[in-house]
Design a protein around this ligand. Structure first.
Ligand SMILES: Cc1ncc(COP(=O)(O)O)c(C=O)c1O
Length: 419
């Protein structure tokens, strides 16, 4: 078998390799669209408005912003560059929410002058920068304040700690938060839209989200206005067979039900409830296709060396992320313990350590699954590696979304008087 079943169509990886070469990011567009609709069509309430913001740091290319726009989602953006790309793809600036703990004056002015006026305030100092930019441009901005609720979730566990030293957000009850609220009251440019919280990533249970909703709504009770809430992203994705993420419909139904009940209990209203899924939209829809080059047997390890590595997927080196894969055409052969390593000059450049794969030969094609989130978006030119191409497969046809870099791309922007 040389193919993967993609959105109802068989895709031949050998053909993709011949057409686009390797390494190659391959996305199943039908799957992304299906997931976007799972979120959007099920995250609905009769009592408040809802918005699904795609957390675009997971994959921030023109093609994905265009899909976000076409399928009626909004997006979370964290830099001038993400705003630029989203706008180039035709997104409505009012559908973008600008996050970040250190937005520069340049980025803020760029955002506001392009009508990106939904902004998330991260600190008192960030508020000052936002207000200064809005004042300079004489425009009003509508802001959510990112709160540190003290709830921190990771996979199956969540903890409620004082968590006072987080890089993000402001502690409920802190002097900085109270001062920011006072300043907003007096500001001619900054309007309070509501509050935001994000509790972690790759979360497989709902308890942490419910604990954060409790904190946010208990806090909201202190306000007379009807405000909005954004409860962040972090919904789990299936990287390996050990991961058991909840179904999207169950997640969003759970969030709506829990929030509605708590609102009734406290007798308060909200204007809009927002969520910000990133990886769960693009992770499983993406695979990376590599070619196995050299093989090496050391006393304790069989290595398969691939033509990519930490430059196209930094996650295993950065936080020991686990992946699974298979060799094209050898899916049903017996497997043994091997390690798949990249070609960078770093011992930590391992994509799959101690994984099970069949015997390989030089030239075999290896598919690594669930690489769609934070793969391309975190890729680098370390060792002057070329960033791979990105291909989207839709209704059986493949189309280039990002072309492979060339050597010339590697020196673009570099200055050498002799060239
Ligand atoms: C504020 C915020 N929202 C949303 C996300 C998306 O998280 P995920 O991709 O795990 O869904 C992140 C991830 O870092 C984040 O920091």
């Amino acid at each position: 078998m040389t193919s993967l079943f993609f959105g109802g169509f068989m895709i031949n990886y050998k053909e993709l390799e011949q057409k686009y070469s390797t390494p190659l990011y391959v996305y199943d567009e039908n799957k992304i669209i299906e997931i976007m609709h799972d979120y959007k069509d099920n995250f609905k309430s009769d009592e408040f408005n809802t918005k699904v913001l795609y957390a675009s740091k997971a994959l921030s290319i023109l093609k994905i912003y265009r899909l976000v726009k076409e399928h009626g989602l909004c997006a979370d953006v964290v830099s001038g560059g993400e705003i630029f790309t989203a706008l180039k793809a035709g997104m409505n600036p009012q559908d973008l929410y600008f996050h970040g703990n250190n937005k520069s004056p340049y980025e803020l002015e760029y955002a506001i002058s392009n009508d990106v006026t939904h902004i998330v305030i991260d600190s008192l100092s960030d508020f000052n920068h936002i207000e200064a930019a809005a004042k300079k441009l004489n425009k009003k901005v509508s802001c959510l304040i990112r709160l540190n609720t003290g709830v921190e979730a990771h996979t199956h566990k969540f903890i409620v700690t004082s968590h006072i030293d987080s890089k993000f957000g402001m502690l409920i009850g802190s002097k900085d938060l109270n001062q920011t609220l006072e300043l907003i009251k007096k500001s001619k440019y900054v309007i309070l839209e509501g509050f935001h919280s994000h509790i972690g990533s790759q979360i497989m249970t709902m308890e942490g989200f419910y604990a954060a909703i409790d904190k946010l709504l208990d806090y909201l009770k202190n306000f007379n206005e009807v405000l909005s809430l954004n409860i962040g992203g972090g919904f789990g994705a299936k990287y390996t067979c050990d991961d058991k993420p909840l179904e999207i419909k169950a997640i969003v139904n759970g969030l709506i039900k829990y929030t509605t009940e708590k609102l009734h209990q406290l007798n308060i209203k909200i204007d809009t409830l927002m969520i910000e899924p990133g990886r769960s939209i693009v992770c499983e829809a993406g695979t990376t296709l590599y070619k196995i080059g050299a093989l090496k047997q050391t006393p304790n390890r069989q290595y398969y060396f691939i033509d990519g590595g930490m430059t196209d997927n930094i996650r295993p080196a950065l936080y020991q992320a686990k992946y699974e894969g298979y060799i094209v055409g050898k899916e049903n052969l017996p497997k043994r313990l091997v390690t798949v390593a990249g070609k960078c000059c770093e011992s930590g450049d391992i994509i799959m350590e101690d994984t099970y794969l069949p015997d390989a030969e030089e030239g075999d094609l290896l598919v690594v699954k669930s690489t769609g989130a934070y793969g391309y978006s975190m890729s680098s030119n370390y060792n002057k590696a070329l960033r791979p191409a990105v291909v989207f497969v839709h209704d059986g046809a493949s189309r280039l979304a990002v072309r492979r870099q060339t050597f010339n791309d590697l020196i673009e922007g570099e200055i050498d008087e002799n060239i």
